[in-house]
Design a protein around this ligand. Sequence first.
Ligand code: NAD
Length: 579
Amino acid sequence: MKIVIPDLGDFADVDVIEVLVNVGDDVEIEQALLTLETDKATMDIPSPAAGKVDSLTVAVGDKVSSGTVIGELTGADDNAASAQPDPSAATDSTPATASIPTEVGSAAEHDYDVVVLGSGPGGYSAAFRAADLGLKTALVERHERLGGVCLNVGCIPSKALLHAAKVIEDAAAMADHGIRFGTPDIDAPQLRNWKQSVVNRLTGGLAGMAKQRKVDVIHGTGAFRDAYTLDVALSGGGSQAVSFAHCIVAAGSESVRLPGAPDDPRIVSSTGALELAPLPESLLVVGGGIIGLEMACVYDALGVPVTIVELSKALMPGADPDLVRPLAKRLGKRYKAIHLGVRVTAMASADDGVRVTFDGDKAPDPTVFGRVLVAVGRSPNGNRINADAAGLHVDERGFIPVDNRMRTNVAHIFAIGDIVGQPMLAHKATHEGHVAAEVIAGHKSVFDARVIPSVAYTDPEVAWVGVTEAQAKEQGLDIDVGKFPWAASGRSLANGRDEGVTKLIFDRQSHRLLGAGIVGTSAGDLISELALAIEMGADARDIALTIHPHPTLGETVGLAAEVYEGTVTDLYVPRKRAS
Ligand code: NAD
């Protein structure tokens, strides 16, 4: 069978930037063969059928158009060949595994077209999308309320508390500008109840939407009986076998525990930390990552002395150091101590708290803390669903590998969200959930996001998307950076803050945006524009010439691009290129 470039729409003479297979390779149907790049998008050309690559007549640097013959396959199945592959299958970083489906049980008769296991942002989005596409759908959830960790004990309640923290801090900061409030009177149980009411409103909304869509919600813990059946241990007692034609596993992750820690209610994960009441006399946060720093901000604003211990040499190791610095500086002034390059070696229960022992060059002496938050990462729940019974492959860390259609090694079982790999972020899971539901409904959808933004909702917030400067250097990319300090932003100064920075990372040759990072108030909201810019292949001029409203924090995005272009007038920077 000839391998032909499918319809590329308006594009012709498109550059081949990568050849992903060699002559002699065995390929699966829809396995990516080539990557093409236009000035607007990167796309993979999938194999039209399974077979062996007999010849290849393209190389990196060649140009191809719709209909160009690029090689031949032998042993190809003619039925598969008649299905024209989807040319939009784009470059994807998820582990590709899809292999021969394991057939256990039967799909001939089933209760549901789709059963979704887990109702976090990935799971409920998948279930609702599937129902909207006309599929008979059930959602299995072990907890009383839908929404998973994110809505119940993660993103949403923590944001309610971070809002409270911000109100306290903003009020206190006005003392220097002529408005003085009294010391806040914090009623921790009432604050907790308000936070819970936010959660209840949102999760109640999900239950209502499930009803409107006729998605059956089954409350209980699901595990595979075989490749077409889940056994659900019902929350109300008893069990129910639920059979399906397709399953979407969205069973999430759980907090990593420190080995050897005693079973003491004063040692908590993020779930326990969100309980607040009663407030402890001191808090140790183990892990200076996103969860640790967000909860540290809350407890600090509520008046609890906070100590942080972080294994690596910097807080928030994934982000660029120049973005973390303004946050670290502010926290350094407010917190009791921040210990970097230090690990916890032991914890023991004592009458007055938890006695913690440390190790490292600058390790402090053993200290007693009223509460210890362990926030050292999350591990996937792949080993908790009896995956073997369905023939489902789970890797040694508990992740379920999937291809870019969210398909596991068992063709009718899909997986999405934290359980399929990093980054463990709700917004990634939601998109993956939509893809899985659409593929099941017969659409040619793929998860082809170029970038997934990360946000730490600390004060100041830190957000980044695409390559970081550190990654660009590691990868040997030829980049240049445009940076706008918020000390020159009228809006930021009017907000009483001057520590923010907006940084854009461009390809030095094409001037296309490769990555961006922001530290400052509302950085998490501002980063979306830059995610869109990368998705759309925007270059520095596109961003600099987009008129941003004045005076806004969003303006710093355009100004950072102007710094790169050499056209900025809100700042004096020595001229670096003729413009
Ligand atoms: P993380 O990976 O972000 O941070 C864990 C930190 O703990 C790292 O900095 C690591 O170096 C440190 N660490 C590991 N072992 C340690 C030890 N023994 N002693 C001291 N430090 C140690 O993990 P997290 O903060 O627990 O978050 C878990 C997941 O949840 C992440 O994937 C995160 O992206 C996600 N999450 C995202 C958000 C958000 O988007 N705002 C919020 C919360 C959680």
